[in-house]
Design a protein around this ligand. Structure first.
Ligand SMILES: NC(=O)c1ccc[n+]([C@@H]2O[C@H](COP(=O)([O-])OP(=O)(O)OC[C@H]3O[C@@H](n4cnc5c(N)ncnc54)[C@H](OP(=O)(O)O)[C@@H]3O)[C@@H](O)[C@H]2O)c1
Length: 483
């Protein structure tokens, strides 16, 4: 077992939507991995809640299957799984009805941390908040965890914030963006703020541009109904890409504390310039022999984008005119998420022009393999004179810190443990979410008003041709999307 863990006190965690897909694939396997790591002590109770009428034993069968399917085989010790399952309970509850709530209230213990994970559709968040209060289920300082999507525009996000605020303080609300739970995203902060090497160069004087890519190989698949109502802008940019942009562009917070970090992120969103239409490319996968987007959704005339690329500017002293290029899409040629900081060329080269020279590039990979690498220019070994070559300075956690470091928690399990510890640093504050929608709304409204059609792109490509041109126009090119 891995030993480098911070112990927590016993807690009660209720998972609304305990029979759903997210619970099955992420939350429950994640909790089991934390149990394996020694972080879910005796006395913890994990309570599944959903409408399905079943007893705790039936839910345990579901959870066991989820563990077998989604946890690495090396952790399939039947005795450990049995011991974990003993801490699990199930209670049928309808978010829109009154049944089950009094029973749930009776199960909650006083004097332990109480957390309620809203892993249900967003239409139920308000119902859950209201009933937790009305049936006196939750203690005064309980925590609620709210899944995405947090609204679909500024108005709905404000309404949801206001609904939650009727029953909970901001300090009790944990809005999940699981990208923030990724090891490398936090490492981005460590690299920036725990070293002197990078921060002096982290500005318009030394950074040529930044690229943020979240590329998916899969299409909208079974989620077509949901996705077609949101599209890449709402589903990915407003939350995940915006958060990655904030962490890359923000000023150093005074401390690594929730409000200090979130204040700085908010300033970045507020400093974003409005986007001119020529700096956005929308796409929809459609050409080729494979199923097109329109075959994956119900509306045969859908104008929802499955791809978006854009050029942003953060209007402040640090980033003056430094472009941030963001892109995300489905059915692209590989699954790859990364933040890539392209530094400028040295101001003057002392080497011959034919020696070749490459600018430094720092890439922070989020998936498929989390890690960082920095490309530096050195002399090509050998007797061929001064020829320059760029090589990776690979920051591999596993090699430097030993195999335990490679066994990093998945984003969800890390975030759940942060909820239990009461640390909101990696969760979005209400005003951040609203600011992101305030920036996004006019862009989406303009598309709707103009009736814009996304450009077609071939499944398995890097997106529409115009996305490449977006950078070519500036004399730059996208990094290849590699698996
Ligand atoms: N799945 C993912 O990968 C993923 C990723 C990111 C975010 N999310 C978000 O996570 C949330 C859950 O997604 P999901 O994919 O797990 O959805 P799902 O598979 O459809 O599960 C929904 C869950 O909600 C329960 N439920 C539905 N109506 C209910 C009601 N009236 N009262 C109580 N429980 C009710 C369902 O159980 P019963 O039918 O038994 O009531 C089920 O457990 C959504 O907000 C989604 O946007 C999901």
């Amino acid at each position: 077992m891995v030993s480098r863990v911070i112990p927590v006190d016993p807690f009660d965690l209720v998972i609304f939507g305990g029979t759903g897909d997210l619970a099955r694939r992420k939350i429950l396997p994640g909790l089991y991995r934390r149990y394996w790591a020694g972080q879910v002590p005796d006395g913890v109770r994990i309570i599944g809640a959903a409408r399905t009428e079943q007893d705790s034993d039936a839910w345990r069968v579901f959870v066991r299957a989820a563990i077998i399917e989604f946890v690495a085989e090396a952790k399939h010790d039947p005795d450990v799984i049995d011991a974990f399952l003993k801490q699990l309970h199930y209670i049928p509850v309808d978010a829109r009805g009154d049944g089950g709530w009094k029973d749930l209230a009776g199960m909650m213990r006083e004097g332990v941390t109480q957390a309620f994970y809203f892993s249900v559709g967003p239409g139920l968040f308000g119902d859950l908040a209201e009933r937790l209060h009305r049936f006196k289920v939750a203690c005064e300082d309980c925590r609620i965890v709210v899944e995405k999507p947090f609204g679909r525009d500024l108005a709905s996000a404000k309404t949801l914030n206001a609904t939650l605020a009727q029953h909970f303080d901001e300090q009790q609300i944990y809005r999940i963006d699981h990208y923030l739970g990724k090891e490398t995203v936090q490492n981005l902060m460590a690299v920036r703020f725990a070293n002197v090497l990078f921060e002096p160069l982290w500005n318009a004087q030394y950074v040529d541009h930044v690229q943020i890519t979240v590329a998916e190989e899969v299409g909208v698949g079974g989620r077509g109904g949901y996705y077609d109502k949101s599209g890449a802008m709402r589903d990915m940019v407003q939350n995940h890409l915006m958060q990655l942009l904030c962490l890359t562009a923000m000023e150093p917070p005074s401390r690594f504390e929730p409000d200090a970090v979130r204040d700085e992120k908010l300033k970045v969103i507020r400093a974003l310039e409005p986007l001119p239409p020529e700096d956005i490319v929308r796409g929809q996968y459609s050409a080729g022999d494979e199923p097109s987007y329109l075959e994956d959704v119900e509306d045969p005339d859908s104008r929802t984008e499955s791809f978006i690329a854009m050029k942003l500017h953060v209007a402040n002293w640090r980033w003056n005119r430094t472009p941030f290029y963001l892109r995300t899409g489905k059915r692209l040629n590989a699954r790859n998420s990364e933040i890539v900081v392209h530094f400028k060329q040295p101001p003057h080269s002392i080497f011959d022009a034919d020696a070749g020279s490459k600018a430094n590039v720092l890439s922070i990979r989020l998936q498929p393999d989390e890690g960082m690498d920095l490309r530096v220019t050195i002399k090509e070994p050998g007797p061929g004179g001064m020829r320059l070559v760029d090589v990776p300075l690979d920051m591999s956690f596993a090699e430097a810190l030993g195999p335990e470091a490679a066994d990093v928690p998945d984003a969800y399990e890390r975030l759940i443990m942060d909820v239990i510890r009461g640390n909101q640093t990696l969760f979005m504050r209400g005003d951040e979410v609203e600011a992101a929608w305030a920036w996004t709304d006019p862009i989406i409204d303009a598309w709707t008003e103009r009736g814009d059609r996304p450009l077609p792109y071939a499944p398995g490509s890097a997106g529409p041709e115009d996305a490449l041109i977006l950078l070519h126009k500036d004399g730059r090119r996208w990094r290849e999307i590699t698996p």
